[in-house]
Ligand binder design. Structure first.
Ligand SMILES: NC(=O)c1ccc[n+]([C@@H]2O[C@H](COP(=O)([O-])OP(=O)(O)OC[C@H]3O[C@@H](n4cnc5c(N)ncnc54)[C@H](OP(=O)(O)O)[C@@H]3O)[C@@H](O)[C@H]2O)c1
Ligand SMILES: *[C@@H]1O[C@H](CO)[C@@H](O)[C@H](O)[C@H]1NC(C)=O
Ligand SMILES: *[C@@H]1O[C@H](CO)[C@@H](O)[C@H](O)[C@H]1NC(C)=O
Length: 292
């Protein structure tokens, strides 16, 4: 025990020292003049990311289905100081939109520095109802369109040594009940983008991939869908949006936000999975879910 401590403690100390010393600080200027696509930016976390980027002086291109909302977001971005602000409206169920958005960036700016993939299609928060077609559609919107946008954007991102930021969820790392379809699409993102990151490193291609694992965030959608079931308090969407941008700019591998409510379950996951499962169930007001 004594020997272990003698070896282990200095090692841990050294590790922490190196870790904190080597950590680069975020500066808002990092985003000034950068060309950024943000998907699902007509509401929620995506909308807040657009506003933060505008304040930092970035060029923003926002996309979602609802044109009227996007027009308001663009106007607000220009007011906040965006270098430029544009939108493309349409549904990500259609892969042609994914390509059209990237093409628009090329036409507007001739290049791209950051691709923030954040949109999700509608799903239900309830017991899995056996609807296979729903999962197929959700995979198109939440997963395949992310892949399609990445394929279209990679040539520009290689040229700018840019970044891809993928917004995922705790439900993309651990099994959370009442979210089977959604969870499947988020796990798919982890598999695809973690594998692609490895290939980029092997090929010496300097494009970073940041996977954002989010806990409960107070957006209109999440409040409406799940707040009667989730017991954990919801974090602020404005702060969450800023943390996503920071981790993308710093080219981090993953973001865990809010830190402890995501990190602790992930640490337990591989060592005591049954314990984590029961913790997860106990953290929900299961009685509020009525089979529909
Ligand atoms: N809020 C949370 O607690 C939480 C937790 C973990 C992870 N996340 C992740 O954070 C991200 C943002 O979530 P949020 O809570 O901010 O959601 P949100 O407010 O519902 O925003 C979703 C965005 O996607 C757009 N969208 C919906 N269907 C679309 C479609 N078919 N094609 C293109 N765009 C579509 C919506 O705009 P239109 O309706 O105008 O198309 C909206 O702009 C998601 O990836 C989500 O999984 C959120
Ligand atoms: C964009 O929105 C307008 C107005 O709602 C609509 O007419 C048009 O079809 C939309 N474009 C796409 C590609 O969905
Ligand atoms: C990768 O690109 C970033 C941003 O352009 C740069 O800061 C970093 O030094 C590059 N890394 C390598 C290994 O070239």
């Amino acid at each position: 025990m004594g020997l272990l401590l003698k070896i282990l403690l200095p090692l841990v100390g050294l590790f922490l020292a190196v870790y904190f010393y080597s950590k680069e600080d975020f500066k808002p200027e990092m985003l000034r003049g950068k060309r950024v696509i943000i998907t699902g930016a007509s509401s929620g976390i995506g909308e807040q990311m657009a506003y933060h980027l505008a304040q930092m002086g970035a060029h923003v291109l926002v996309t979602a289905r609802t044109e009227a909302k996007l027009q308001k977001v663009v106007a607000q971005c220009l007011e906040l100081g965006a270098a430029s602000a544009h939108y493309v409206n349409g549904s990500m169920e259609d892969m042609r939109l994914a390509e059209a958005v990237v093409k628009e960036a090329k036409q507007l700016w001739g290049g791209l520095d950051m691709l923030i993939l954040n949109h999700i299609g509608y799903t239900y928060f309830n017991y899995f109802n056996g609807d296979v077609e729903h999962i197929r559609k959700l995979l198109e919107t939440n997963f395949l369109s992310y892949v399609a946008m990445t394929v279209s954007a990679l040539p520009m991102l290689k040229e700018s040594t840019g970044s891809i930021v993928v917004v995922s969820s705790k439900a993309g790392k651990i099994g959370i009940p009442f979210a089977a379809s959604y969870s499947a699409t988020k796990f798919a993102l982890d598999g695809f983008f973690s594998s692609l990151r490895q290939e980029l490193i092997i090929e010496n291609i300097n494009v970073s991939i940041t996977l954002c694992i989010l806990g409960h965030i107070a957006t209109e959608t999440s409040q409406k869908m799940a707040s009667h079931v989730l017991r954990s308090p919801a974090a602020l969407k404005e702060e969450c949006a800023l943390e996503i941008i920071k981790s993308g700019a710093l080219r981090k591998r993953e973001l865990h936000y809010p830190y402890s409510s995501v990190k602790i379950p992930l640490l337990i996951r591989d060592w005591a999975p049954e314990f984590l499962d029961s913790l997860t169930r106990n953290n929900l007001n299961v009685e509020n879910v009525k089979r529909s």
